[in-house]
Design a protein around this ligand. Structure first.
Ligand code: PGA
Length: 235
């Protein structure tokens, strides 16, 4: 059995009241599923402003959700106005997304800056979900999970076929394996698919031999859809 990683990415959506309502709905639906979720990991990557209130609520409700941020400063503590550093994130979350295509496209983030972010996240002890849009993108050492997200599939409703995604992910894994053979960081690296994943298609991606999880944008904004997706992943 694979140990799955299912991650939601809320992007720049929701305020505190909406996030609390999402958790309330998730909790109600989750209780009804009677599900056992032991080896799998569910991560919700939310805006910085939601980390503290959601952490408190997730602990109070004892939900099987780990929190993640969607970005981290390439620097540590210091005079970097507007930046949120790894140590600050680690107080509230376990995970961080690095290199999402929207960060590359709208914020001009390049491979060298992303490598610095990886270094900072690693120093802070954060688990990283590193995004790539193809099998050729450089993946820095020390990353625990990779999300393959083809540009044309993100937010378009046009997911790649599970078969195609499996082929690319198998190539990404083969490249990482040959590069990291002697590295202690290479064990347990999970590669997931992202791009228009829904409750209806998630299971077909997860059934592919090379795919270890899914990164879900739009469908994670709705608690009901997200529970349905988790349930389909467990069947
Ligand atoms: P989507 O986004 O599921 O809305 O396509 C995925 C992502 O960008 O992580």
């Amino acid at each position: 059995m694979k140990s799955l990683l299912i991650a939601g990415n809320w992007k720049s959506n929701k305020g505190i009241a909406e996030a609390e309502e999402w958790l309330r709905q998730f909790n109600a639906k989750w209780q009804m599923t009677n599900s056992k979720w032991e080896d799998e990991t569910v991560v919700l990557c939310v805006p910085f402003t939601l980390l503290q209130p959601m952490k408190e609520e997730i602990e109070r409700l004892r939900l099987p959700i780990a929190l993640g941020a969607q970005d981290v400063s390439p620097f540590g503590e210091g005079a970097y106005t507007g930046a949120v550093n790894g140590k600050q994130i680690k107080e509230l979350a376990e995970w961080v997304i690095i290199g999402h295509s929207e960060r590359r496209k709208y914020f001009g983030e390049t491979d060298p800056v992303l490598a610095q972010k990886v270094t900072q996240a690693k120093t802070a002890g954060l688990q990283m979900l590193y995004c790539v849009s193809d099998e050729y993108t450089v993946i820095p050492d020390g990353v625990g999970a990779v999300a393959y997200e083809p540009a044309g599939a993100i937010g378009t409703g046009k997911a790649e076929t599970p078969d195609q995604a499996n082929t690319v992910i198998a190539r990404i894994k083969a490249a990482l394996d040959s590069r990291n053979q002697s590295s202690p960081d290479s064990g347990n690296l999970r590669v997931m698919y992202g791009g228009s994943v829904t409750p209806d298609n998630a299971a077909s991606f997860l059934a592919q031999p090379a795919i270890d999880g899914v990164l879900v944008g739009g469908a994670s904004l709705d608690a009901h859809a997200f529970v349905l997706l988790l349930r389909s992943a467990m069947l």
